[in-house]
Design a protein around this ligand. Structure first.
Ligand code: PEP
Ligand code: MN
Length: 348
């Protein structure tokens, strides 16, 4: 059950609800709603006399286990990263190298991505690598380079955090914290990023169901951070010709179930440079609120994930075609929802 607190509520409204929940043996916690207000999530149903307390705004009975992430109680959310709105009218483009390689390289890439139409810079400073012998990223030095690139381009930056103990350090530099596919079910990490106020990009685990992904988002939301963005980045398939299968079903599905914005990562989702432009556009056609794409001025020389990295010129074409595609598909969701009704009219 989700109870929102009215803007003019008496000061003790939240504590009264929490006390009443505890007295009924129900778990409950209060948190910001991400829209300037406050809400209380209750694991169960409060008695009617409690719901009649002064200061209670709305009351929603939620039937999904991911009650805060669920769309049952609110309209789609917009998450702000610096001055960029994810989930707004225009799809957002996040671009940059897989890994931050050097200050000069990053600045060159960031400037080129900006010119190509990117709005947020990506780049790993702490990298989760399959091999312990592979380059693991520059660490804090990489974070400093990201901050320098923000200074030069004005773009906010998103970068991965892998461990609960790194969260404060990464949050000092980054505008958005990325939780990677391999850490989607790292519950201590989810709780820890949930105790910051930075927006979080939550990638789907490559063998996680959509419901498990939403439950991971719930960990962050329930820890008090309402600023969560989901990212579909491909799931394990059986075909060795591609690295992962970009699961585009998951995009409209997650948006049907949750109010959180959803991004698509066609770079990791394919592992193949030649497939990225088409699958980026397919992601937008599936209803994504934006894309996150690996870009390097000389993709073949990229130190990590070269085979899936595209050039700034290719990124500019995705920006152009993506905007046109998005405009052409405006209103699709509303039309689909009205379809049943339209059929009735046509057959009447
Ligand atoms: C990344 O985006 O840098 C990354 C490592 O992606 P994923 O967690 O989806 O593999
Ligand atoms: Mn990568």
């Amino acid at each position: 059950m989700i109870v929102t607190i009215a803007a003019d509520a008496p000061a003790n409204t939240t504590t009264s609800i929490l006390a009443a929940a505890a007295a009924s043996g129900l778990g409950a916690r209060s948190m910001p709603d991400g829209r300037g207000g406050e809400l209380v999530g209750v694991d169960g149903f409060l008695p009617a006399d409690v719901l009649a307390l002064p200061g209670i705004g709305t009351v929603h009975s939620i039937h999904k286990p991911y009650m805060l992430a669920s769309k049952e109680h609110r309209s789609p959310s917009v998450v702000r990263v610096g001055d960029v709105a994810i989930g707004g009218a225009r799809p957002v483009l996040i671009a940059g190298p897989c890994v931050v390689e050097s200050r000069d390289d990053l600045l060159q890439t960031a400037i080129a991505c900006r010119a190509a139409g990117a709005e947020i810079l990506r780049g790993g400073a702490f990298k989760p690598r399959t091999s312990p012998y592979a380059f693991q990223g520059l660490g804090e030095e990489g974070l400093r380079h990201l901050a320098a690139a923000r200074e030069v381009t004005g773009m906010p930056v998103v970068t991965e955090v892998m461990e609960p103990d790194q969260v404060d350090l990464v949050a000092e530099y980054a505008d958005m914290l990325q939780v990677g596919s391999r850490n989607m079910a790292n519950f201590p990490l989810l709780r820890r990023v949930g105790r910051t106020s930075k927006p979080v990009l939550l990638k789907r685990g490559f063998s996680a169901t959509v419901e498990e992904w939403l439950m991971s988002a719930e960990y962050i939301l329930a820890s008090g951070n309402p600023h969560v963005v989901l990212c579909e980045r491909g799931i394990r398939g059986f075909d060795p010709l591609v690295r992962f299968n970009l699961d585009l079903n998951a995009v409209p599905l997650a948006k049907e179930l949750s109010h959180l914005p959803v991004l698509v990562d066609p770079s990791h989702g394919t592992g193949k440079r030649s497939l990225v432009p088409r699958m980026a556009l397919a992601g937008l056609a599936a209803g994504a609120d934006g894309l996150i794409i690996e870009v390097h001025p000389n993709p073949d020389t990229a130190r990590c994930d070269a085979s899936q990295t595209i050039t700034p010129a290719e990124l500019a074409r995705i920006r152009q075609r993506g905007d046109a595609l998005h405009a052409a598909l405006a209103g699709v969701d509303e039309d689909e929802m009205g379809l049943e009704h339209a059929d009735l009219i046509l057959t009447a």
